[in-house]
Write a protein that binds this ligand. Structure first.
Ligand code: SAM
Length: 274
């Protein structure tokens, strides 16, 4: 695949980054290839959200992805990427769509992967939506703001441990793989970025309904500094917490995911009895 330099193409096409679409582009092939390689061996279908000018897309193809499906909201980009679609000779298709409304878990053939430098403003919404379809995916290699990545991978006791850590890790194993400094992007964002690898679990870490887990983590972390017995006063306080096998004086940051699942199961029963 012999292609002109991406920077030159972007300049010639006057493809200026738009803040409203979270556009911070990566032109350094070494970096985009490092991200792509984090997803190898590739699954049958690699889905890229927000290809932009196509730096990471090029790397996915160069690293050997057989089917790349790129989903992009910016119509300007769809035309711009035509050169790459041609050069990729059947290995790349680009869909114009809003990723928030696109059932990407149905694209291509399983096993699927999502590898993407996500627009920061919708990154966690997208992740949570995809995790509801976790069994459709073999893995996710995703770039987040470092602060968000730290919340995703945090363990009980860590300052960043909270709802995002619990709801994510309930369904997937998560690890941070490397950071990317602001100056690697055009235009540079104000923050450092972190690439995270998520591998969906065959089944969630412990039994409970997702809506109940969301509800109990919202109650517990809505008052982060309070003991669980105080936050769950309306549900029976200390008795409720003890029935879940937890210490009533514990605070939410100390409780492992399995503990929140036990609370979620009790919460479910409590709601039924109401
Ligand atoms: N992958 C490119 C790179 O690494 O240089 C661009 C990454 S840029 C951070 C985010 C990309 O997501 C942009 O191309 C932007 O147009 C696209 N985007 C923003 N919102 C989107 C949405 N709702 N659905 C699909 N793509 C979106």
């Amino acid at each position: 695949m012999a292609l002109p330099l991406l920077r030159d193409l972007v300049q010639a096409a006057d493809l200026k980054a738009r803040k409203s679409l979270g556009q911070n582009f990566l032109f350094d092939l070494n970096l985009t290839s490092k991200i792509a390689r984090a997803g190898t061996p590739f699954a049958n279908t690699v889905i890229e959200i927000g290809p932009g000018p196509g730096g990471l897309t090029r790397s996915l193809l160069l690293e050997g992805a057989k089917e790349v499906i790129a989903v992009e909201k910016d119509r300007r980009v769809i035309g711009f990427l035509e050169h790459l679609v041609k050069a990729a000779d059947g290995h790349l298709s680009v869909i114009e769509a809003d990723a928030l409304a696109e059932p990407v878990w149905e694209l291509g053939t399983a096993p699927r992967q999502i590898i993407a430098n996500l627009p920061y403003n919708i990154a966690t919404t997208l992740l949570l939506q995809w995790l509801e379809h976790a069994p459709s995916f073999a893995s996710f290699i995703l770039m987040f703001q470092k602060e968000v990545a730290m919340r995703i991978i945090a363990n009980p006791g860590d300052a960043a441990y909270g709802r995002l850590s619990i709801i994510t890790q309930w369904r997937a194993e998560a690890e941070a793989i490397f950071d990317i400094p602001p100056e690697a992007f055009i235009p540079p964002p104000k923050i450092t970025s972190t690439v995270v690898r998520l591998i969906p679990r065959a089944k969630p870490l412990a039994d409970c309904e997702p809506a109940d887990l969301e509800a109990v983590t919202a109650i517990a972390f809505g008052q982060r500094r309070k003991m669980l017995r105080a936050s769950f006063k309306a549900y029976g306080g200390a008795d409720f917490i003890e029935a879940a096998g937890l210490e009533p004086s514990s605070r939410p940051q100390e409780v492992p995911i399995e503990g929140f699942c036990a609370l979620a199961r009790l919460y479910h029963e409590h709601q039924k009895e109401r």
